[in-house]
Design a protein around this ligand. Structure first.
Ligand code: TXA
Ligand code: MG
Length: 339
């Protein structure tokens, strides 16, 4: 194991360990750290050599830009050309929190970490450990999700250690990610604000703050090239083959597919409310609400691989609250295959 492991139980009591991790960033190293969405794999955004190491550690295509994580607005002003009025409104309402905003970038931000774009994605996370880690590093931290490119995002430290332990310099071990899905991304560099990735903060909430907002249509279809470069790649894929079971005749369809699977090595992801329908089948329960489902979805994809399942059937859950974002990730992991 290459990575130093630092267990963080309390942001104050474990301050010395957070500072050690921040030092590694200042010295050009890679550190995996918890955020409220998913675990991130960070490097000093102002150190091009360090930031480029992120791409090789993850096996990430170099045209896929990174999100810069900040702990205060001084950092924002160092990296963006201007903060439009609508951005100010969103910042006041949603930062720190699970919202990434795209701005026009200053030259100080290297083209290498924006995939050649003249814009930059920025987020101020609300997780206190993340904030303290960035503050101590005293530099914006460029960080994608901590998984190997194409794999499900990482929401538990155990998965970070197993998948990335030999690829990074340190890992901060903390609680499972509170939300469990990546941030909502909004682009404010166009005339009309555009949501590029759906997440916990919904279009309705955003529109309450800044008015009419569009949603990148490619989020729900696979026809055109998405505007967030990273959304076009194969994504969130476990080893098992994933199918979505649409709502119509849900139980019947699932049972048929379950029986038809040759090795019968299939697991069903379903909401607790449907538990009683599947007494003879293997199920992972996603919880009572879509917020709980969000917290478990990526973890369950990884768990199914560990337990040796070759097929996953995911219920088409309700679009309430964060449900739409869960289904966006689920469809990608299924390559849009429906039962
Ligand atoms: O919740 C999150 O956002 C997590 C945590 C660690 O903060 N991070 C995350 O990063 O999900 P990543 O790299 O897995 O996803 C970032 C997405 C990619 O789809 C990327 O293409 C898009 O953001 N992106 C980054 N910069 C962009 C830009 N300037 N314009 C458009 N899309 C951009
Ligand atoms: Mg990612």
């Amino acid at each position: 194991m290459k990575a130093k492991l630092y267990t963080i139980k309390d942001v104050h009591a474990d301050d010395d360990k957070i500072k050690k991790a921040s030092n590694i960033i200042q010295n050009g190293g890679l550190v995996i750290f918890p955020t409220e969405t998913v675990y991130g794999l960070g490097a000093d955004a102002f150190n091009p050599v360090a930031s480029e190491k992120i791409y090789s550690a993850k096996g990430r295509p170099s045209d896929n830009p990174l999100i810069l994580h900040i702990s205060d607005l001084d950092m924002l002003n160092k990296i963006v050309k201007n903060v439009p009025e609508k951005a100010n409104k969103l910042i006041n309402q949603f930062w720190p929190g699970p919202l990434t905003i795209i701005f026009e970038k200053k030259d100080i931000v290297s083209d290498k970490i924006t995939g050649g774009l003249n814009t930059v994605a920025v987020r101020m996370p609300s997780n206190p450990i993340a904030l303290s880690f960035i503050r101590n590093a005293n530099t914006p931290i460029a960080a994608p999700s901590a998984n190997i490119s194409g794999k499900p995002s990482i929401t538990r430290w155990e998965d970070a250690v197993e998948e990335m332990g030999n690829r990074v310099d340190a890992i901060l071990l903390s609680e499972p990610s509170e939300i469990g899905l990546e941030s909502t991304i909004i682009d404010l560099t166009q005339d009309v604000p555009m949501i590029l990735r759906v997440g916990k903060i919904s279009k309705t909430e955003i529109e309450k703050a800044i008015g009419f907002t569009e949603i990148d249509k490619t989020i729900f279809g696979e026809k055109d090239i998405p505007k967030a470069p990273g959304m076009k790649y194969k994504h969130y894929s476990p080893n098992a083959e994933v199918f979505i079971a649409s709502k119509e005749n849900f139980v019947e369809k699932v049972k048929q597919k379950y029986k038809a699977s040759p090795s019968c090595n299939t697991v069903i992801f379903t909401m607790n409310q449907n538990k009683s329908y599947f007494k003879d089948e293997k199920v992972y329960l996603l919880g009572e609400t879509t917020l709980q489902a969000a917290k478990f979805f990526f973890h369950f994809l990884r768990k199914a691989d560990k337990e040796g399942y070759d097929t996953i059937i995911m219920e088409d859950i309700s679009f309430d609250e964060i449900g739409e974002a869960v289904m966006n990730r689920a469809r990608k992991s299924a390559g849009n295959k429906y039962l």
